[in-house]
Ligand binder design. Sequence first.
Ligand code: ZN
Length: 144
Amino acid sequence: MVSTAPKIWTRETGLVEKRDVFAAMRRGFRGRCPRCGEGKLFRAFLKTADNCSKCGLDFTPHRADDLPAYLVIVIVGHIVVPSILWIETNYTTPVWISFAAYLPFTFVASLALLQPVKGAVVGLQWALRMHGFDENPPDGIPPV
Ligand SMILES: [Zn+2]
């Protein structure tokens, strides 16, 4: 007999598989699968693979969207802006040297951080069972 009682989401409902948020984010930051830490998370610079080559975890439910780019702007901005302010208040540098140093550093730092930050965001979403990463979603929630 099938129970007709509505399925109520509780904290225990989501505790089927323990998922460590920081371990998953660390694995994602290194470009590895958030679950096993071995399979590659990316098949191109910012394209995630369809699934993990080691454990088979489906990566397609992630919805990182613009969050990695936003976080990279926040991180790089908090490094570059105080550095420029400190340098410009303490030293007199020619404008061309300023542009030749600050712009490439900002560009390279942003590119270097974009993939690791996206991996960490995917790891966070997997660990928190966001979007399609929940194998037991509550009833009445349409698929993303
Ligand atoms: Zn895996």
